[in-house]
Structures are given as C-alpha cells and as structure tokens.
Design a protein around this ligand. Structure first.
Ligand code: FES
Length: 382
C-alpha cells in the first residue's frame, strides 16, 4: 500500500458569523465636554459627514433584520442630535432594547418625556468625579450641576439608572465619595471602569495612569461598600488592562457580536478600528449591512483563529480571550496580529510592565499638560 503523504495544514476558514447582537450607533462625535480620557478617535474630523435621520433608520432596520437585539445610542453626545427621539421611536418599533449613553448635557424635562414616550429603555449617565471641581476640570466645562439634574430626570422618568465614572489617578482617591454620590442619586448600578489607554486617554497616559497601590486601595473600598449595601446598588470595578497578566476578550471576539457605526456611516468591528492600518473599513452608504457584516475584509480580518501568530495560535486560552485586544496589540506592539502585550505570554509584555513601573515613580517636576479633547465643526445633512 502506498504511503500517504502528510497533508499540509489547510488555512482555517472562520465559521460564518452569528448575528451582530450588539449595535452601537455613534450618532455624532460632537460633544459639549472635553474629557481628557475620551475614547473617541483623536482624528474624528474624518467622520464629519454625519448620517441623516433616514440613513440611520435604514441602518437600524438592516441591523435588526440581521438579528441585532441591543442598541446603544452613543457619541460624542447623542443628545446633540435633535432627531434622537425619532431614532429611538423607530428602534423601539423595530423591537430593540435601547440604551442611551450620555453625559446628561442637553437632557431637559421635555426631552426626557419625549424619549420616554418614544420607548427608550435604559440610560447610562456619566460623571467625571464626585466633586464639582474635578468633574468640571476633567471635562473642561461647568457641568456638575447639570449632571445632577439629569440624574434626577432619569429617576423621575423611571428608567433604571446606571451611572458610569471613568477612574484614573486623579479620582481614584475619591471612589468612596463617588459611590456615596451614586447612592444619593438613586443609581441601581455604578460602573467604575478604570481608563483604558486608547484615543485621548493614550495621549494623557502619563498623567492618568495610577499606581498599583492606588488601584488596590480603591478596589478595597469598593469591596467594603459591596458588603455594606448589598443589592441596593451593584458596583462594577474594572482595572486597567495594563495591570492584568491575561488580556480581556475584547469585543467578545472580533466580528462576533459587536457592530459599531461611526457618525458618517463607517462600520467597524470595534469603535477604535479606524486606528488600525490595513483595514478597508466599509460604509453603510456604499454597501448593505449584511454584506459588511458577513463578507467585508475589515470584519473578517481577525475573525476565528486563522489570523493568529504565536504565542496565540497554540495557546489553550485563545477560545477564551481571542488573543486580546487588536487595537492594544497595534498601539503597543505595532502589529495588530500580535498577542495583546497585556498578556504575560506576549514577547512584548515587558513593555507594559515598563509603562506600569514608570507610573509608580514620582511625577516629574514639570509634568506634561493634559490634552483636552477638542470638537470639530460638523456637517449634518438632513
Ligand atoms: Fe479595538 Fe479592542 S479596542 S479590538
């Protein structure tokens, strides 16, 4: 019997994708705030030509037909779109569970009532800190009282209230006061997510990165409150990736469940994907969403496991973390196909450890000034 030659490994085709369950509609990158940790792309002027109301409704309809179930209206500040109520009403009619991610600026009694009538299910309100001074400094606006008013409106209209406060070196020592504020405002859920370093936050990393001791002290406070308050307000505490030794399953895996649409209709498997080189990002103005989701180069670039290099390709944890975050791999290792350097198995992990070590030392006598996000002019055809 003739010997059978060992077959050469066949490229692994990713399985056909399931539905994009989670749709993020970034309605505008305009924002009244100038937060130093904003995750929006720093070059967002290139997404300037915003989709019209009709175009957004078409996107929502197509995504729902593909199986999208949860819809986040985000930005920038989505309340800056005066068609938000119309979009929420249409989303509600289509059967989405809708979530508004807002700074609260622009939420008046009249708009809150209209959004409630339109069927909005859920609101997530962001604060920068529990003190007016730091809240207003970090956002470069006088908005602390406005946010308190927005919180009262959310409660008055009977939405479940989720508060969000992005943590970093400047507000970590206030975590107890931030929790107290959330309790006083009647939040049912408080997300205390430490800054991750993309976009504007990456530019300000040297000023925002906490020490390990600061993170651990804040986590101990959160744990103490969890024991005291039980289910009254659920506290979520997320540490910066840089302090982990295994990466997060970013986006639950590229092109698996998450679909983000930028203000100009650019479709992205991750809201930072515009920063990755070599991706041909499709646009809903030019291509049906079904073919974007299933067939486009950008959505297939990191689907499945065939794109992986070592150490990810032979790692027994790859089905859990999908190699981590592609954007972080590019930003830290210069290669979007590399293992996320946060992972202790990555050859570039030392770089992350070095950044963390630098953050432990005393700040320089003349620290770099913080860079506040700016706002570009916008073109909004109707
Ligand atoms: Fe883009 Fe993680 S932020 S893949």
């Amino acid at each position: 019997m003739a010997a059978v030659a060992p077959s050469s490994p066949q490229p692994v085709q990713p399985a056909p994708p399931g539905p994009p369950l989670w749709l993020l509609a970034e309605l505008t990158y305009q924002c009244p705030l100038h937060c130093v940790f904003c995750y929006n792309p720093t070059d967002y002027t290139r997404y300037q030509r915003e989709l019209t109301t009709r175009e957004w409704i078409d996107v929502l309809t197509q995504a729902r037909a593909l199986g999208a179930a949860q819809l986040g209206f985000s930005g920038g500040e989505p309340l800056l779109r005066d068609d938000l109520e119309e979009l929420v009403a249409e989303a509600h009619r289509l059967g989405y569970y809708t979530n508004l991610l807002t700074s609260g600026i622009g939420l008046t009694e009249q708009r809150a009532r209209a959004l409630k009538d339109a069927g909005l299910d859920h609101v997530q309100l962001s604060f920068q800190d529990s003190t007016r001074e730091l809240n207003d400094f970090l956002s470069h606006t006088r908005t602390f009282e406005l946010k308190q008013r927005a919180a009262a409106l959310i409660k008055a209209h009977d939405w479940p209230m989720v508060m969000n406060c992005v943590l970093h070196k400047h507000n970590l020592p206030h975590v107890d006061k931030i929790i107290e504020m959330a309790l006083a405002l009647g939040a049912e859920y408080l997300e205390l997510a430490n800054t991750q370093y993309y976009g504007w936050a990456l530019q300000n990393r040297a000023q925002l990165l906490p020490t390990r001791a600061e993170l651990e002290a804040a986590e101990a406070v959160v744990q103490r409150y969890r024991e005291q308050i039980g289910q009254r307000c659920r506290l979520l505490y997320v540490v910066p990736d840089y302090f982990e030794d295994r990466p997060k399953a970013c986006m639950n895996g590229w092109g698996k469940v998450f679909l983000s649409i930028a203000p100009d209709g650019t479709a992205m498997p991750c809201h930072n994907a515009g920063e990755l080189p070599g991706l041909q990002l499709p646009n809903v103005r030019e291509q049906p969403l079904a073919s974007i989701w299933r067939d486009s180069q950008a959505f297939n670039a990191f689907r499945g496991y065939g794109w992986m290099k070592e150490p990810c390709s032979s790692c027994d944890e790859k089905e859990k973390d999908f190699g981590g975050c592609r954007c972080q791999a590019y930003l830290l290792a210069g290669d979007a196909r590399a293992a996320d350097p946060v992972c202790a198995k990555s050859p570039q992990h030392e770089q992350v450890l070095r950044i963390v070590r630098q953050g432990q030392s005393a700040p320089p006598a003349a620290p770099q000034p913080l860079v506040f996000r700016s706002n570009p002019p916008v073109r909004r055809p109707r």
